[in-house]
Design a protein around this ligand. Structure first.
Ligand SMILES: Nc1ncnc2c1ncn2[C@@H]1O[C@H](COP(=O)(O)OP(=O)(O)OP(=O)(O)O)[C@@H](O)[C@H]1O
Ligand SMILES: [Mg+2]
Length: 280
């Protein structure tokens, strides 16, 4: 997985917003947002939608007609067993993979028509599987890479201050090489780097992978804060408990198809979800 997933962010800045916000237009969407049980994009147009999405690798088809819709301000989890196609879904939304059929639409734009390197500039940040922190670069340099779309230095610094305020542990380690951070700190750095873009949509691929339960709890607390500030989140998870506890709604992927979708409170006791998740 290329590190460019977060760093490769095209050339259009969003320097018009004040630091520390994710866009005031998100706030109303959030109020309509998570866990209200209406199951998707009813009402206002979704921020992100996929319809009939097919994608894969060469002749290998992985996604076989995925439909999903995420409204501004939602916190949505995508869960499923190993190999279900979760990472493939995020890569297709990010433009790293191109759909072989179907569409991904973000704020009314068909992402298939937009070059991959321009997609982050639309406000989509992708924290890839395995974090992909640059080990030789300092924490500060790693963070700045997430903001290279911003030409305005003052704005970049203000954004840095926001991220360091959210992650004081990174603040204490600004000069330390990324590769010497603990696993949890590296995940925080990967999230912080994505936030430097000031995304409208933050997508995370299994952020809890390999982390101790206490660290997972801490990380999810941060994701909760980020969400509360108005950022829309799409979270891929193997950690079923964490995903269902924190997201408002979830999609269950099985063999490249959505087999179940709904508010997490309703999915928690569902036998089908265990079957799909455990792959049995
Ligand atoms: N580069 C690739 N070339 C060919 N097939 C691939 C490639 N990457 C993934 N696949 C296949 O695509 C399928 C879905 O993979 P994907 O990584 O999307 O699954 P996942 O749901 O993210 O799984 P995990 O929970 O293990 O991360 C798997 O069968 C995998 O072998
Ligand atoms: Mg994966």
């Amino acid at each position: 997985m290329p590190v460019a997933e977060v760093g490769d962010q095209g050339m259009e800045g969003r320097a018009d917003r004040p630091a520390g916000t994710t866009g005031s237009s998100l706030a109303p969407g959030r109020e309509r947002g998570t866990g209200d049980g209406d199951g998707g994009a009813r009402g206002s147009a979704p921020l992100l939608s996929a319809s009939g999405l097919c994608s894969g690798y060469g002749r290998v088809t992985v996604l076989r007609g995925v439909d999903l819709a995420v409204r501004a301000g939602e916190f949505v989890a995508v869960i499923g067993a190993n190999g279900a196609g979760k990472t493939t879904l995020l890569r297709t939304i990010s433009g790293i993979l191109r759909p072989s059929a179907g569409r991904v639409v973000f704020e009314g734009r068909d992402l298939a028509r937009i070059p991959a390197h321009r997609i982050p500039a639309l406000g989509i940040a992708h924290v890839p599987e395995g974090r992909q922190v640059f080990p030789q670069l300092s924490v500060r340099e790693n963070l700045l890479l997430g903001a290279y779309l911003r030409r305005d230095r003052a704005h970049r610094e203000a954004r840095m201050a926001f991220v360091l305020d959210l992650f004081p542990r990174l603040h204490e380690r600004l000069g330390q090489a990324g590769g010497t951070l603990s696993g949890g700190e590296q995940q925080m750095l990967a999230v912080g780097r994505a936030l430097m873009l000031e995304p409208r949509l933050l997508m995370l691929d299994e952020p809890s992978q390999g982390l101790a339960p206490r660290v997972v709890g801490e990380l999810y607390g941060k994701l909760g804060e980020i969400h509360a500030l108005g950022t829309t989140i799409v979270l891929i998870e193997q950690n079923l408990t964490a995903a269902l506890r924190h997201a408002g709604r979830a999609y269950v992927l099985e063999h490249g198809r959505v087999v179940l979708e709904g508010p997490t409170a309703e999915l928690e006791g569902n036998d089908e979800i265990r079957r799909a998740y455990l792959g049995v």
